[in-house]
Design a protein around this ligand. Sequence first.
Ligand code: AMP
Ligand code: MG
Length: 380
Amino acid sequence: MAQPVSNNSDFITLLGIETSCDDTAAAIVRAPLEASAGAGDGEILANIIYNQFADHSAYGGVVPEIAARAHVERIDHIIEQALAQSGCVLSQIDGIAVTAGPGLIGGVMVGLTTAKAMALSHSMALIPVNHLEAHGLTARMVAALDFPYLLLLVSGGHTQLLWVEGVGRYRRLGTTIDDAVGEAFDKTAQLLGLPNPGGPHLERLAKEGDATRFAMPRPLLKRAGCDFSFSGLKTATRHLLDEENVRAADIAACFQAAASAHLTARTERAMALCETFEGSRGEGIASPHLVVAGGVAANETIRDALGGLCHQRGWEMFVPEAKLCTDNGAMIAWTGIEYWRAGMVPDANDALAMQARPRWPLDNNPEGPRHGGGKKGPKV
Ligand code: AMP
Ligand code: MG
């Protein structure tokens, strides 16, 4: 590892590129060079996101080939826009952080190839980033949050509980054995005839429903550990729709309440486990921290339930603002900054040789039994 030199002796400025699913995103983030300056000191100079909803709306989900093509068509323009908004010229950018996986292979290749070409032609550092890690570190860009902490990642493609010990150091405590929670919201919303992506629409509809109207299954009640399962809730919804005189709003409210209760129950188990880890409270930290990230973190019922759990157990909860919870380039640039500060920027040749990785677990030795599944739909 040869540490690159920044253009400015006090700051690092990175371009972040994200193309792993259906968002074409680029951002410029600046932070003091000195790691001792602490966390929460990332300054987002630009954060441009183009969402491809319209490109996929006719198909009821993300179509990988369409996504890859849409990334190719827009990525150059999105990067130009990010540079223009930041007021930076390329010579002021120290390096490029880019999502190298996990995600839809075609999209990841578009971002990675663009970043490699730019890094080569402008002699800039290249930092390939794990998309999941970027979700996990985002909170430190905007809040003074020290390691370690528990991360609940709830997105369209992932539902994971991770113990975040440091940059590049993760312990996976639980993951989904079938659908991701966002995927379950979207598929349930689709069954209810709501537009795609259905999560926010389902939440709106649920406000008019009675969450106690139907008894929903409680997934994995007898299974030890912190894994998740959401496919049973989706099936229960389908069966309810076969009955007569059921109100869609009641179904939405019951599904949401059950999903929220499941997330909360598994998170509580993870908390109990983390409390046994050495240094779980961190140096000088009075209470352990739960960070919630991913698009589903926008859901109020889920946030309230997790907030109540934290209050009850004496934990502190932090949820970055919605714009930073869903896929974006700033979280990728910030992860590059974390690697830079930690002196972990890869050699240029290694970075240029990095291939796009559709699967890239953060922890190769997760707690508990290994199993298949995890992600059925294409969304990441
Ligand atoms: P991400 O995969 O992190 O980009 O987040 C997108 C996912 O979050 C999609 O599955 C959305 O339906 C879901 N989502 C966004 N807002 C909400 C919400 N308010 N309630 C439930 N799910 C949501
Ligand atoms: Mg994501």
